[in-house]
Structures are given as structure tokens and as C-alpha cells.
Ligand binder design. Structure first.
Ligand code: B12
Length: 212
């Protein structure tokens, strides 16, 4: 792996957001792909998450790492969005489900979608399904993408699919799901249309669902 990416990982490891941002800028200057940088940092966050569940690190550590990641993203996300072409592909509403405040991954998915030519409406995090439904009625997007990072909150993805059916909206919109505890099996179980393992996958799945 590139030395500069290693340095960004080290800065993330000590929760140094300023350094992360500075080095991310340098990485872009020497034309390192921002998606590659994000992929490396995501793995580190996953490792930190494991340590957290094993009691080796604390919530304050997750918060420090998340802040550092967000600092890097202030430069990496706009760079991803600029990578796209002018071609317009469709509209997607994205949100992190109610009860869940994890939004880093969801925002990266949003940036990748912008880069791929989608119009993106990001409703933020901790979003009740009722608000998502209301937005779908008003905005009539082609897709809705819901992120859930907790085993408990992924239930809200299931609830959204059920609510869409109840409201007679299911046929009009493709539903994509993602997040750490989400799998292809879960997608099938709840009757969603697509699952994306990461942001690159999310774009490919979206294109496939819309036959683009
Ligand atoms: C950073 C972090 C936090 C930060 C979040 C900051 C923020 N603004 O997002 C803070 C410190 C706030 C936090 C809080 C908590 N966290 Co936390 N957190 C993490 C951590 C370490 C990294 C998440 C992350 O940002 N990853 C980087 C991004 C780039 O990756 P990603 O999120 O996976 O997203 C990618 C894909 O999943 C996919 N994707 C994501 N969304 C979508 C949506 C669609 C539609 C598609 C197609 C794809 C897609 O594409 C993304 C980009 O590639 C994870 C560990 C892990 N395994 O992920 C734990 C983790 C998710 N947290 C966990 C826990 C327990 C908590 C807390 C409950 C802790 C507590 N005791 O308070 C709280 C939850 C509060 C709440 N109600 O939500 C657990 C969940 C365990 C479980 N099974 O439910 C994890 C797995 C850690 C662990 N192993 O124990 N957390």
C-alpha cells in the first residue's frame, strides 16, 4: 500500500483529524484515488469496532476515530463527487434509520452516487420511516437507500419495506439496504431489492436495479 495511505492510517490511529485532513489533501495532489484511501480507513474502523466489542477500547476511542475519519472526508468526499461525469442517471433518497446515529458510511454512499450521476437527497441520520415515506411521496425518487449499523436498528429496514407495501408505494421505488450488520441474505429476507457491501458496490447495484 502507498506510504501516504499508511501515514493517513497512522494519523487515524491516534485520532489526529488535522493530520488526516492534511495528508488526505496531499494524497489527492499526487492523484491517489480517494476511494482507495476510504477503503483502507474503513478497514481500520472495522478493526477498532472489533476491539470495542471485546472491551479493549472505549466509546471515546470510536468517537475519536470517527472525528478523524470525518476530517479526512471533508477533502475526500468532494473529490469523489467531482470524479463523476455530467450524465444524469436518476434520483435516490438516502438515510440512516431511526435510532441509529452512524452516518459516515451512508454519506460516502451518497458521494459515490453523486459521482455516478445520481441526484442524491440525504435525509441524514436517525430518520423515522414515516419521514422517509413522506419524502418518497413528495420526491418520487427511483431508489431509496437505507443504512443501519446496529443489529437492533436493521429491523427498521424491514419495517420500511412493510410500510411501503402498506402505503401502495412498493412498486414505484427500488429499495437498497446496507450497513455493517446487513447482508445479501437479510436483503432477501426482508424483500428489499438490493444490498451494497460498500459504496462502490452500492453504485453498481443501483445501476443494475435501474438497468443502466
Ligand atoms: C465510528 C463508529 C461509531 C461512531 C459513529 C460516528 C458517525 N457519525 O457515524 C460513534 C462513536 C458515534 C458510534 C456510536 C455507537 N456505536 Co458505533 N461504530 C463505529 C465503527 C467503529 C465504524 C463505523 C464507520 O463509520 N465505518 C466506516 C464506514 C466507511 O463504513 P460503513 O459504515 O460500514 O459503511 C460502508 C458500508 O457498510 C456500506 N453502507 C453503509 N450504509 C449503506 C447504505 C446503503 C443503502 C448501501 C447500499 C451501502 C451502505 O457502504 C459504506 C461505505 O463503504 C463501527 C464498527 C464497524 N464494524 O463498522 C462501530 C459499530 C457499528 N458501533 C457499534 C456500537 C455498539 C455503537 C454504540 C451502541 C456504542 C454505545 N455503547 O453507545 C453507539 C450507537 C449509538 C446509536 N444509537 O447509533 C457496534 C454495533 C454492534 C451491533 N452488532 O449492533 C459496532 C459494529 C462496533 C462493534 N463491533 O461493537 N459508533
Amino acid at each position: 500500500m502507498n506510504d501516504l495511505i499508511e501515514d493517513i492510517r497512522k494519523a487515524l490511529g491516534v485520532y489526529d483529524g488535522e493530520k488526516c485532513e492534511e495528508l488526505a489533501k496531499k494524497a489527492l495532489e499526487i492523484k491517489i484515488n480517494p476511494i482507495e484511501v476510504i477503503g483502507a480507513l474503513r478497514k481500520d474502523l472495522e478493526e477498532l469496532g472489533k476491539k470495542f466489542s471485546e472491551g479493549e477500547v472505549f466509546l471515546i476511542d470510536l468517537m475519536g476515530a470517527a472525528d478523524a475519519m470525518n476530517s479526512a472526508l471533508t477533502v475526500l468526499k468532494p473529490a469523489i463527487e467531482e470524479m463523476g461525469g455530467a450524465e444524469k442517471r436518476g434520483k435516490i433518497v438516502i438515510a440512516t434509520v431511526e435510532g441509529d446515529i452512524h452516518d459516515i458510511g451512508k454519506s460516502i454512499v451518497g458521494s459515490m452516487m453523486v459521482s455516478a450521476g445520481f441526484e442524491v437527497m440525504d435525509l441524514g441520520r436517525d430518520v423515522p420511516n414515516e419521514k422517509i415515506i413522506e419524502t418518497l411521496k413528495k420526491e418520487k425518487p427511483d431508489l431509496v437507500g437505507v443504512s443501519a449499523m446496529l443489529t437492533t436498528t436493521k429491523e427498521k429496514q424491514k419495517e420500511l419495506v412493510e410500510l411501503l407495501k402498506k402505503e401502495g408505494l412498493r412498486e414505484g421505488v427500488k429499495v437498497m439496504v446496507g450497513g455493517a450488520p446487513v447482508t445479501e441474505e437479510w436483503k432477501s429476507k426482508i424483500g428489499a431489492d438490493g444490498y451494497g457491501e460498500d459504496a462502490v458496490d452500492a453504485v453498481n447495484v443501483a445501476k443494475k436495479l435501474l438497468s443502466l
